[in-house]
Every structure is written in C-alpha cells, then in structure tokens.
Design a protein around this ligand. Structure first.
Ligand SMILES: Nc1nc2c(ncn2[C@@H]2O[C@H](COP(=O)(O)OP(=O)(O)OP(=O)(O)O)[C@@H](O)[C@H]2O)c(=O)[nH]1
Length: 657
C-alpha cells in the first residue's frame, strides 16, 4: 500500500514538473524553501559548515567544474583539503586528506577513487559554485581520471616542484588535453628545500608548451600561494556550455552504494535541470525511475531539491539493481528523449585473476559484495567460472596489479568477504592448426595434447623517467624482463633535467610487470624512477603452460603460463612452496610441476599425521581439545585435490611464487 502511494505521489509530482516546464511556470528555487540564502559579506568563505545553499543562485557562468590531476604523491589530496578549508566546506585542522574516505586509501596513503566536492567561493563580490574532483595518481586508476574529466571543463595539473614532470604527469596531461580541457598548471611543494620551481616551470614549457609565467606556485602544506588557485580556476576554466532551456540531459559519471539510501548516482546536468519528483529514463536501457532526491556533495551529501545546467551533484532514484546504474550513460526526462552523450570508452582489462569464496557456501554473499563494489568501479570485468579445486567463483579483469590488490582489500574491508585468488594472468592468443585462433584469460584453458603453433602475449609501451645515473641498472632490469628498448631521450639541458634524467621507452611483456617489477624499479633508482604504460601490440613469445600436480592430478587453480626458459625455475619454486606449506598427510604425496605435460620439477612429502597437540605436555585437556577443534575448523577450510587436502593458505602462498 505504502509503496503504491509513494509511486502515485511521485507520478503526480513528475506530471506537475512537466506541466510547469511546458507552461513556462518553472520557478527556480521554489522547491528549496528550506534552504537559507547564502550569507553575504564574507569574501572567501561562504561554506556549508554554517551557511545555506541554493543551487539556483548559480547560473552557468557562475559554475566551474574542474579536476585535480597529477603524478602519485604530488599533493592532490592535500591541496583539495586546503581548498575545502579555504571555502569553509570543512573546518581547519580537521581530518587530513578528507576526500580519501576509504580505509584502503588511508592505509596505503593513495587515492584510488575519484571524489567530488562542491565549494562556494566569493570572488570580486560574486559567488561561484566550484565543483572539484580529486582524482587518483597511480596509472592503474587512470580510468577514474578519464571518467572524472568528462564531467569537467578544466583541470589543475599539479607538479611537485622538487620532482618535476613525472610519467603520470605526462599521461594525465594528455588525458585532459585530449578532452579539450583548460589546464591550470600548479607547481606544488615550493616549501621544500629541494624545490626548484623555476626549473620545473621551464620543463613545463618544454614538455607541454605551457608558458612558464602561467604556472602557479603553491605549498599545500604551508598554504603559500593558495589564494591564487581558485581565482585562476574562475578566470581560466570556461563555464559549462549546456543549454539551460533544453530538455534535461544528464551524464552519469560515477555511482556508489550507500547502506541507507541504496544506489547513489553522480551526474553532471549537461542541459536543462533536474528536480526531485522528476521521472527519468536511462538512455542505454530505456528503464525509467522516479527521482526521490537530488543534491550536491559539500562534501557530504546535501539535498537541494534540484540541480541546474552545468552543475555536478547526486541523484537518488531507488535503483535496486546495481548493474542498472551504467557509468557513462545519458539520462533524460521520461518520454523526452535527447541525443545521447558520447559516454566513456570501455575499459580494457590488462590483468585477470580468479576470485573464489573461502567457504564453499559463501558464493552468494561474495556475489552480492562484488556487485556493490563493481558499482563504484566500472572498470572491473566480472564473469562466473568454476574451478575443480576451488568450486564456483569469478574471473575478474583489472587494469593492473595494484588495481587488483586494492579491489581485494576493499572486498575484505568494506564487505567482509574472505576470498582465495588465483595468480594474476594476462590474456593470451593461441594459434592452433587449421588457422584457428583461441583467446584465453585463464591458464587452465591453455590446451594440452594439442599442437599450438604460436602463442601471442600482450605488451605495454612503458614510459620511464629516472635520473641518468640509474639508466644502466634500468636497462638490465628491463632486459631480464624480456623488454625491448624502443627509444630514449633527455628532457633537456639544465641541472634539474640532468638530475631527473631521460625518458626511456620500453616495449615490455605485460605479464612481466607482475611480481616485484615495481619494487625493483624503485629500489634500483633509489625511489626516483616513475613509470607509466599504455597498451602495446601483442607479441609472439615462447610460452608454455605450467601445472602443479598432486599425486598425478593437476590443481587447475594453480596453472599458469610462463616463458619456456623460466618454466623449470618457477616449477621448482612452486613445488618447494607446496612442500613447505601443505603439511604432512596420512600418505606420501608426490608434488610435480609439468611444463606442457613434461615433468620439470618434483618434491616428495612423506606420510605423517600432524599431531597438533604434540607441544602440549602433561594433562592440559582443555588446551588439547581447543587445538584439535581448531584443526577440525581448519579442515573445513581445506580444498580436496584427489585424496590430498590442501589448506587455503597454500593457495595464497603459491600465488606469490
Ligand atoms: N612539503 C610539502 N609536502 C606536501 C605538500 N603537499 C603535499 N605534501 C605531502 O606529500 C605527500 C603526498 O600528498 P597527497 O596529497 O597524498 O598526494 P596525492 O597526489 O593526493 O597522492 P595520490 O592520491 O596517492 O596520488 C603527503 O605526505 C603530503 O603531506 C606541500 O606543499 N609541501
């Protein structure tokens, strides 16, 4: 009864909204009677901590939408904090890195999810609504950056004045440049003794053709130069260009799941405006929803009743199915179709891994958790798969290894899921007899007993910047990882440029970026190297399938594809790790590694019943019982391969070999 009543009210409200639009009776701000007018008189602080908010006070020319983009750790989140404080959105001296809300972000000290905040700023006696999007710096999250940029007309390009232009500075600059955004260059960390802002400004001119005098100089730490940032945004970033009189057209650029409110969609209102009570249609599916709440993030969600042309905010529609909120989709008013916005390029998975629940019966819970997490990260590809050893699970595609690690950490921390993952792998293409080509995303799909004429693996075009003195060590590392040097160049003359060294371009197999590549790169360059990559062509390579067998039976979840020359070395390491981790069984276990069916390594585990109470001397019965119970509990978490019980820690341990 209640939902029906609610639907009826929503329908009446929508009909009234449409009628008003048609009759020209639309009264901006009427739905906002509860919002207090913005306090006047304060120059640069009209914040939301004490003040009110009326979106209709901000016509398009008083709106600016911009992102902060930079290389990792150049200070985006710290600068965003300062801008939030400056405009009164948050209180000074509060929580640092306010927009990095996720536990994983705080623990790792990196941004993984773009965050939006609307600020009100008074400049020369006029109030402006500035929508800021703080973006991640790491290459694995560049999809977040490109998505965020679609809702912006400008970008603050931040560069650490001590480190200069780095690999992701270049990558992010081109993302913004390709989308025709106004770029406001900011040299940050000028307070550092090692800062050389003049040299970096010169570098900006050389690399990006940005006039040196256009670079702002700031310290997000000490606050130096911050007062110039927002005036520069207002002056250099154009207002959004949409048609305020046109039919409402919304770009859905992000979404997340809120435990109380359900699916929350972040939108830019490209044309027209949207109000609570409107009925909207998603252009991709034709599904229709009633808008139950509209508002801005200041940075917490605040209902405003409507959003006008060019504004960025959130919309809640009671979407139940997380997959219905398709990031990149165009929304319009019910029965008022509009031309669809270009949306986003689908992301291309670079790394794949199988994800399985640790307990067999936990599949549904894992599926629900994955669904909710994928809503906040549209770049993850998910397909169901089954493993003989691990049961029902998923094969997921990620943009890189860090992306995968962060996803797994979020699954555990935010959704309480406990999972086993297979070793990450890349997609391979196999040439079979008869001209047939087979794509595999899982090593256990690599056919055995069939003649494979050729295996093609993906490569990346890697850009590495590092000081010249580390060039030799870098070349050795890339050669060990089967890389081919394509080009290298110096950034230009000058002390800083010499110190920062050359750009080096390598074609590297994507599979070789796994494991310890980043760690080695950082350690060989004393932390100075920076790395970025783009997708390269596929390359033919001598690759084989490596299997781990227990008493003659392959463990499908542990199969991997390796280079022929490394098969024995990896096989031995896997057998040794299996021997150490498996724990003795009641019978002898033969552990073998086979490359394309031929044994390349072997270990034998002698029969033994593990006596977990051996260390408990005397008659401490309760302690013995506790240990035996824990052993029983552990057995539940075992996976059976033939007659061998494999504890799940073994899977975790072998993924890292
Ligand atoms: N000395 C100095 N340190 C700064 C300044 N701005 C930021 N930092 C420090 O630099 C480190 C990285 O800052 P973040 O704001 O997390 O950098 P980020 O670009 O958001 O990092 P990612 O999100 O991981 O890409 C932190 O330890 C900050 O305290 C500055 O102007 N001066």
């Amino acid at each position: 009864m209640v939902p029906r009543l609610f639907r009826l009210c929503a329908h009446l409200r929508h009909t009234l909204n449409v009628w008003e639009r048609k009759q020209g009776l639309w009264q901006p701000g009427r739905a906002l009677s509860s919002a207090a007018p913005a306090p006047a008189g304060k120059e640069a602080n009209l914040g939301f901590v004490d003040g009110g908010f009326r979106v209709t006070d901000f016509p398009q020319d008083k709106v600016r939408n911009f992102s902060i983009i930079a290389h990792v750790d150049h200070g985006k989140s710290t600068l965003a904090d300062r801008l939030l404080e400056l405009t009164g959105a948050i209180r000074k001296g509060g929580q640092a890195q306010y927009l990095d809300k996720l536990q994983v972000e705080r623990e790792r000290g990196i941004t993984v999810k773009a965050q939006t905040a609307s600020l009100v700023y008074r400049h020369r006696g006029e109030d402006y609504l500035l929508n800021l999007i703080d973006t991640p710096g790491h290459v694995d999250f560049s999809y977040e950056v490109s998505r965020s940029l679609a809702a912006c007309q400008g970008a603050l390009l931040l560069v650490d004045a001590a480190q200069g232009v780095q690999a992701q500075t270049v990558a992010n600059f081109f993302l913004a440049f390709d989308q025709d955004l106004a770029i406001v260059p900011v040299l940050n960390k000028v307070d550092l003794p090692s800062a050389e802002p003049d040299k970096v400004a010169e570098q900006m001119q050389q690399v990006f053709d940005i006039p040196e005098e256009n670079c702002l100089r700031t310290s997000a730490k000490s606050g130096l130069g911050l007062e110039d940032v927002l005036p520069a945004v207002i002056k250099r970033v154009p207002p959004p260009r949409g048609d305020p009189e046109g039919d409402p057209r919304l770009l859905l650029f992000d979404a997340y799941h809120d435990a109380f409110r359900g699916v929350v969609c972040l939108v830019e209102v490209v044309d027209g405006s949207i109000r609570t009570g409107d009925r909207v249609t998603a252009a991709s599916s034709g599904d229709t929803y009633d808008v139950s709440e509209v508002g801005v993030l200041v940075p917490e969600a605040r209902s405003t009743g409507q959003l006008c042309t060019g504004q960025v905010g959130y919309v809640i529609t009671g979407i139940k199915n997380t997959r219905a909120a398709r990031v990149g989709d165009t929304w319009h008013l019910y029965k008022r179709p509009v031309e669809r916005l270009p949306g986003f390029k689908p992301s291309k998975s670079m790394v794949f891994a199988g994800i399985y629940p640790t307990g067999g019966g936990e599949f549904d819970a894992l599926a629900a958790a994955m669904d909710r997490l994928c809503l906040t990260d549209a770049s993850i590809g998910v397909k169901r798969e089954n493993s003989d050893a691990l049961g029902a699970g998923f094969r997921c595609g990620f943009l890189g290894l860090l992306h995968m690690e962060v996803f797994l950490q979020r699954l555990e921390q935010e959704h309480g899921a406990s999972v086993i993952t297979t070793a990450p792998t890349v997609p391979y293409a196999l040439d079979l007899y008869g001209g047939e080509r087979m794509e595999i995303q899982n090593p256990s799909q690599f056919p055995l007993g069939v003649k494979v004429l050729g295996v093609w693996e993906p490569t990346v075009a890697a850009t590495i910047t590092l000081p010249s003195e580390y060039l030799g060590a870098l070349m050795q590392l890339c050669q060990d990882r089967r890389g081919e040097l394509t080009e290298h160049t110096h950034l230009g003359p000058g002390r800083l440029l010499l110190r920062r060294g050359p750009y080096v371009w390598y074609a590297l197999p994507l599979a070789e970026l796994g494991g310890d590549f980043y760690d080695e790169l950082k350690s060989l360059s004393s932390g100075y190297a920076s790395f970025d990559y783009a997708e390269g062509p596929t390359r033919r390579a001598s690759l084989v399938r490596l299997d781990l067998m227990l008493n003659g039976l392959p463990v499908d979840a542990l199969a991997r594809v390796v280079h022929r020359d490394k098969a024995q070395q990896v096989g031995r390491a896997m057998c040794a790790a299996m021997r150490d981790k498996l724990g003795r069984q009641m019978f002898e276990v033969a552990i073998q590694a086979t490359a394309s069916g031929k044994v390349v390594a072997r270990e034998t585990l002698k029969a033994f019943r593990k006596n977990v109470t051996a260390k408990c001397y005397g008659g401490d019965v309760s302690r013995k019982r506790k240990l035996l119970e824990r052993q029983k509990e552990g057995k539940k978490r075992m996976r059976r391969v033939g007659s061998v019980d494999v504890p799940q820690e073994v899977f975790h341990a072998l993924m890292r070999v």
